[in-house]
Design a protein around this ligand. Structure first.
Ligand SMILES: Cc1ncc(COP(=O)(O)O)c(C=O)c1O
Length: 386
């Protein structure tokens, strides 16, 4: 038998793998699980792929094609008000790889990173892989799941804490952090000399005229903020695995070194396609957001009617519902819902201990499926929990 490291044994089961398998192997299951757009690739990109295919059989420069990094810098300036040079940008296989490599670059064993709880399920294992230490700050429903700088401050150890991670718009809660709070977080970072990881995977998926503000655009932040963005959600390009980080130059160099050891470069064809995607008019992403908003406006009121208190998400494509008066065990709730009514959704506990008592229902799924799934959910609640 091969030896398996303790590190591997401590990693959680892969929820994403279970969900993807479920969707392909069990078409009778209605899934409100997915964390990816259900839309097709924007049409102009489809026609580019064939042309790009026979120009993409070589590795690219490890940090990413210069043409793409220049396009990213232009985008960061125009859309996010962040000043970056190509030397600050590392293009990776999805922003997930960038998060992993930035963690490896900034944290030594036993150094600490502040993580939101609940939050995207990859953060904790990413930190644990490198034997760094997660320090959680709780996001509370009564504060619309927005980080509270005073609570964060209490978790800081002046010697050990090196990084604060924020995610806005947030998975799984749909919170969008307000400018005033970002400013307080920026002050905290300066006071305690912290780096900030700003995960902006859902930067364009916003509702009700809410604006996304990149913390990297605030005064004095350019030498401490790592901005993680991705083509996955904005351009329905998850499968192309193309993301990037804009980081202080020394750190970007480190991330690039790690990236070479991990994968040499992001897929060249995806990089070339990303150059094209960044030139697209915004109508493609706005069209998707309009549909998400229609779905949100169906799913959230209905969940509330069913007694699952659900704050209205301001961004991303998830409804995060409080089930605590029905069940204190979200894993069991999710499992029973799947078994009895063939509806898949993600238990809140998968997003951290503060996610217990919640379920995440994704609306990156056709409205007709959402409506059917909600009918089944209603049956489930009335048969099992009343
Ligand atoms: C908050 C958040 N960050 C990062 C990612 C990773 O996305 P990708 O690696 O496709 O860029 C996801 C994926 O669901 C996410 O929800």
């Amino acid at each position: 038998m091969v030896h398996i490291s303790e590190r591997e044994e401590q990693l959680p089961d892969l929820v994403i793998e279970r969900l993807l398998e479920l969707m392909t192997d069990h078409p009778e299951v209605l899934s409100l699980g997915p964390g990816e757009p259900d839309f097709s690739l924007p049409k102009p990109l489809v026609s580019e792929i064939k042309k790009l295919a026979n120009q993409s059989n070589h590795y690219s420069t490890p940090g990413g094609l210069l043409e793409l990094r220049e396009a990213i810098c232009k985008k960061l300036k125009k859309e996010n008000d962040i000043k970056a040079n190509p030397e600050n940008v590392v293009v990776t296989s999805g922003s997930q790889e960038a998060l992993l490599l930035a963690t490896a670059t900034t944290l030594d064993v036993s150094e600490e990173i502040l993580l939101p709880n609940p939050s995207y399920m990859a953060y904790l294992p990413t930190v644990e892989i490198f034997n760094a230490v997660p320090k959680f700050f709780q996001l509370r429903e009564e504060n619309a799941f927005e980080p509270n700088p005073d609570e964060i401050k209490k978790q800081i150890n002046e010697r050990k804490t090196k990084v604060l991670l924020i995610n806005s718009p947030a998975n799984p809660t749909g919170n969008v952090i307000r400018k005033k709070v970002l400013e307080e977080l920026a002050d905290l970072a300066v006071e305690y000399d912290l780096a900030i990881f700003s995960d902006e995977a859902y930067e364009y998926i916003l509702y009700d005229d809410v604006k996304h503000i990149s913390i990297g655009s605030l005064n004095g932040m350019s030498d401490r903020v790592f901005t993680f963005q991705t083509m996955s959600k904005s351009y329905a390009m998850c499968g192309f695995r193309l993301g990037y980080v804009a980081a202080p130059e020394q750190a970007a160099k480190g991330i690039k070194k790690m990236h070479v050891e991990a994968s040499i470069c992001a897929p060249t064809i995806s990089q070339k396609l990303a150059v094209k995607a960044l030139q697209l008019p915004k109508k493609y992403v706005h069209g998707m957001v309009k549909e998400y908003q229609q779905r949100r406006d169906v799913i959230v009121p209905r969940l509330n009617e069913l007694g699952l208190m659900t704050p209205v998400p301001k961004g991303a494509f998830y409804a995060f519902s409080n089930i605590s008066h029905i069940s204190k065990n979200s894993k069991k709730f999710a499992f029973d819902l799947l078994k009895k009514q063939k509806v898949a959704a993600v238990p809140g506990i998968d997003f951290g201990s503060a996610g217990e008592g919640y379920m995440r229902f994704s609306f990156a799924t056709k409205l007709s499926i959402i409506e059917k799934a909600l009918n089944r959910l209603e049956k489930f609640i009335s048969q099992t929990h009343r």
